[in-house]
Ligand binder design. Structure first.
Ligand code: ADP
Length: 498
């Protein structure tokens, strides 16, 4: 029996999972870590705490599995994307807390770049839009913040990287400073067509090349763990950003296949193969992965800020449910939304609207409205947002989506999935294992270590738990989408001063 250790380093917790060579979970361990909010809109993590929680959960998972490290053939990493760590090469200790993807502190710097007309260049090279979300402006901020940051970076004393790169550095005892192409594609510093750091973008953000990791494939030989960590060396054979990993875990490995992860937010990705499709609808073009010496593979991506988080609001903000799974029972007390529409623009709207001034809105309230209608409208609001993303994606790719593969915590809701199928007019397919993210990293690690000869071999392992088919007419779909559009208009531009 061959085992794979997958490390899933997320925004709120670190998890380690041991899989066997049939991709069955043998053991896992999870630990939350501290979120730091030094100022409104700022979010930081302690790089050492991230490393320590990964190391301790990995040790715990190995112990629970009752195996020894020399039985583990491959180690794979999937991680929160865009978050950056800058560390001292001599000590291996971060020089500042990691700046997290959610952090908005570099908003003004990005606005200045937009006003200077830099967005077309950035979008053409990186497939991204100017936003503080991505790593480049965060690295710039740290280099400016710490004493002699720029000079130390230029002298090669500092190293920077996304979380995959930081973990590989620590796992290999400082021997490997690498990042995978999918993570690199979220830094805003890589030319996604060439797969190399782009000198013009490095100059734009004033980031010395000496600070950056080598860009490596997502699956292949990325380093070997220091034997001191687990008692034996384990080859590190995959690294991939979390959403790309879920795309792979769902085996969306043929162009046109699409997955949506319904977690805190919702992330829709369509695999586009060797085509890096430029979006005309403000979606992102991103690297999906690169396997070994194969060519770069791409995806189109759109995200919704408030997915499962809207359900958390019903629980914590309104108090009409006690736990997220209860939303289903409450919403099912009524047979339809009773004309109530909820636009979950609590933190603005993402793709395809990109309206930071939009705010959450509930429309169509009557004397007959009760909490069940609100719960139902909330689930529907999530599905409507995803259907807007799908429409934008279909316009960009010129292809109608036939099946949507779903995963993530909120995809457990049958009502949400049925509504999604109704609104899209397509099949929604839910796998038995909703944890596609760690699975993707494990699959890529196994491929990298030669446990499976090809992706085709993996298709035999995927199992579908349930398929949802549309139950409403095309006319009813059109009329509901029309009302939704009216509701979105009312939510847009709300906080604009006039
Ligand atoms: P993340 O990885 O972003 O933390 P998860 O994939 O763990 O997210 O999903 C958590 C989200 O799913 C929460 O926002 C929660 O509201 C929602 N959720 C969890 N279980 C259910 C359920 N049975 N029905 C509906 N929503 C759920």
């Amino acid at each position: 029996m061959k085992y794979i250790l997958a490390l899933d380093q997320g925004t709120t917790s670190s998890r380690s999972i041991i899989y066997n060579d049939s991709l069955r979970v043998i053991a896992s361990a999870q630990k939350e870590f501290t979120q730091h909010f030094p100022q409104p809109g700022w979010v930081e993590h302690d790089g050492m705490e991230i490393w320590e929680t990964i190391l301790s959960t990995a040790r715990e998972a190995i112990a629970k599995a009752g195996i020894s490290a020399d039985e583990i053939s491959a180690l794979g990493i999937t991680n929160q994307r865009e978050t950056v760590v800058v560390w001292d090469r001599k000590t291996g200790v971060p020089v500042h807390r990691a700046i997290v993807w959610q952090d908005r502190r570099t908003g003004e710097a990005m606005n200045a770049l937009r006003e200077a007309g830099k967005e077309p260049l950035v979008q053409q090279r990186t497939g991204l839009l100017l936003d503080p979300y991505f790593s480049a402006s965060k690295i710039r901020w740290i280099l400016q913040e710490i004493p002699d940051g720029q000079a130390r970076a230029e002298a090669g004393e500092l190293a920077a990287g996304t979380i995959d790169s930081w973990l590989i550095y620590k796992l290999t005892g400082g021997a490997s400073h690498v990042t995978d192409v999918s993570n690199a594609s979220r830094t805003m510093l890589m030319n996604i067509r060439k797969g190399d750091w782009d000198s013009e973008l490095l100059a734009l953000f004033n980031i010395p090349a000496a600070i950056l990791p080598r860009i490596a494939p997502s699956s292949g030989s990325l380093g070997v763990t220091d034997a001191a960590h687990f008692g034996a060396s384990i080859p590190v054979t995959s690294a991939i950003g979390d959403q790309q990993s879920a795309l792979f875990g769902q085996l969306c490995t043929k162009p046109g296949l699409v997955k949506c992860t319904y977690g805190t937010g919702c992330f829709l990705l369509e695999f586009t193969g060797q085509d890096a499709i430029s979006s005309a609808n403000r979606l992102l073009t991103t690297v999906a992965w690169k396997i070994g010496e194969g060519s770069l593979q791409y995806a189109l991506e759109g995200s919704v800020f408030m997915g499962g988080a809207s359900i958390q609001w019903l629980r914590d903000g309104l108090g009409i449910i006690k736990s997220a799974p209860e939303v289903e029972e409450l919403a099912n007390r009524v047979s339809d939304c009773g004309g109530v529409y909820l636009v979950p623009a609590f933190t603005g709207l993402g793709a395809p609207y990109w309206d930071p001034q939009a705010r959450g809105t509930i429309l169509g309230l009557t004397r007959g409205t009760n909490s069940a209608h609100i719960a139902r409208a909330t689930l529907e609001g999530i599905a409507f947002q995803v259907s807007d993303l799908v429409t934008a994606m279909e316009r960009d790719s010129g292809k109608k989506i036939a099946t949507l593969r779903v995963d993530g915590g909120a995809s457990a809701s049958n009502l949400l999935m049925q509504t999604q199928s109704d609104l899209l007019g397509c099949t929604v397919e839910r796998p038995a294992n909703l944890e596609s993210t760690a699975l993707g990293a494990a699959m890529l690690a196994g491929l990298g270590a030669g446990i499976w000869p090809s992706i085709e071999e993996l298709s035999k392992i995927r199992s579908v738990e349930r398929r949802f088919e549309p139950e409403i007419t095309a006319q009813s779909r059109r009329s509901r989408l029309k009302i939704w559009k009216r509701a979105v208009k009312r939510a847009q531009n709300w906080t604009t001063q006039s």
